[in-house]
Design a protein around this ligand. Structure first.
Ligand SMILES: [Fe+2]
Ligand SMILES: [Fe+2]
Length: 308
C-alpha cells in the first residue's frame, strides 16, 4: 500500500488523534478572502472559521478532481493498449488517486462530521445534468483530452499547495499538514504521467480537435478554477451565517470577492511560471494553447509561432 493508502485506511492516525480545531487548516495566503480588504476587518475567530471552511472546500475540490475526473479518465485509459511498463504506471496512478480521494474525504469527515458523514460535498455542487455530463466526458479522454491538460495543471498546482502547507506547518492543524505532505509524494509522479500521456495523445489528434479542446480548456479554467465563484461564495455564505454581525457587510464582501477576478496579485497566486512551470512549458509547445492567455492571468504563450 502506498503512503496515502496507509493513512486513508480505517486504522489511520485520525482515529486516535483528535483534530486540533483551534488551529488554521490551511495557509492564509492560499485563501481568496486573504487578498481582499475584508480580511483585515475580520476578528481572529472569524478568520479561523473562514480558514477551516475554505480548507474543507479545497479538500472537496481535490476529491472532485481525483474521483470524478481522475478516476474516470484513468479507467478509460486503462482499457487501451499501452506498453506494459506504462500500463503499470497508469494502474498505480489510478490506485493512488483512489487512496487520495479516501484520504481527503476522511480529513473532511474528521473536521466537520456533521457535513461529511453522509456526503462528500458540502460546498462543491453542480446541477445533476452537468454532474452526469462531467462523469461521461471523463470516460472519453480521447474526445476530451483537455481533461488531461486540466489534470496536469491542477496536479502541478497541488505540489505548490502542499509545499506551502509544509512551509507553514507550525501554524497549521497537524492532520492537514500530514495529508498534504503525503499527497505531494504521489503527485510528483502523477505530473510525470500526465506529461507522458499528453506527449502520446495530443500529437495524435487532428488540429481541429486540438483547437476545439484548447477552447474548452480555456472556458473550463475561466469558469471553474481561476477565480472564487460558486463553491467559494458558499464558504462565505456559511461564514455570514455563523457570524450574523457580518451580514451588514454582505454586499461589500460580495463586491470584494467578485473583484478578485481582476486582482493581479490573487490571480498570480493561482497559476504562474513559478507555481506550474512544467504545465506552462508544455502549453508553449502548442500554438493552439495560446488561447489560454485569456483564461490564466499569469500565462503568456512563449512558444515559437509556426511559419505559414
Ligand atoms: Fe492525488
Ligand atoms: Fe494526482
Amino acid at each position: 500500500m502506498n503512503q496515502a493508502g496507509r493513512l486513508a485506511c480505517a486504522a489511520g492516525p485520525f482515529a486516535p488523534l483528535p483534530m486540533e480545531l483551534g488551529r488554521l487548516f490551511m495557509p492564509e495566503a492560499l485563501t481568496p478572502l486573504f487578498f481582499t480588504p475584508v480580511y483585515a476587518g475580520l476578528t481572529a475567530e472569524q478568520r479561523l472559521y473562514y480558514n477551516q471552511l475554505q480548507a474543507c472546500c479545497f479538500n472537496e475540490q481535490i476529491v472532485f478532481f481525483e474521483s470524478l475526473i481522475g478516476d474516470g479518465v484513468m479507467q478509460a485509459l486503462l482499457k487501451e493498449n499501452w506498453p506494459p511498463t506504462f500500463a503499470r504506471q497508469l494502474r498505480q496512478f489510478w490506485q493512488e488517486e483512489q487512496a487520495h480521494s479516501a484520504m481527503f474525504r476522511r480529513l473532511n469527515r474528521s473536521s466537520r462530521p456533521q457535513w461529511y458523514e453522509r456526503a462528500d460535498y458540502h460546498f462543491v455542487r453542480f446541477a445533476p445534468p452537468l454532474w452526469a455530463f462531467i462523469r461521461w466526458a471523463a470516460r472519453h479522454p480521447r474526445l476530451f483530452p483537455m481533461l488531461l491538460w486540466l489534470m496536469l495543471l491542477q496536479e502541478e498546482r497541488s505540489l505548490h499547495y502542499s509545499s506551502e502547507f509544509l512551509r507553514h506547518r507550525q501554524q497549521l492543524e497537524p492532520h492537514f499538514v500530514e495529508v498534504y505532505r503525503l499527497h505531494m509524494i504521489d503527485e510528483a509522479g502523477h505530473v510525470r504521467s500526465d506529461l507522458a500521456l499528453l506527449d502520446q495523445l495530443w500529437p495524435s489528434l487532428s488540429m481541429r480537435s486540438r483547437q476545439r479542446n484548447a477552447r474548452w480548456l480555456a472556458w473550463v479554467i475561466r469558469e471553474f478554477v481561476s477565480g472564487p465563484k460558486r463553491g467559494q461564495w458558499r464558504v462565505i455564505e456559511a461564514l455570514l451565517q455563523a457570524f450574523p454581525a457580518l451580514q451588514a457587510q454582505r454586499c461589500w464582501i460580495r463586491e470584494q470577492v467578485v473583484a478578485l477576478e481582476q486582482n493581479e496579485t490573487f490571480q498570480l497566486s493561482l497559476y504562474s511560471r513559478r507555481i506550474v512551470p512544467r504545465s506552462f512549458e508544455r502549453f508553449d509547445q502548442w500554438p493552439e494553447l495560446q488561447v489560454l492567455e485569456g483564461a490564466i492571468r499569469g500565462y503568456r504563450w512563449q512558444g515559437k509561432a509556426q511559419a505559414c
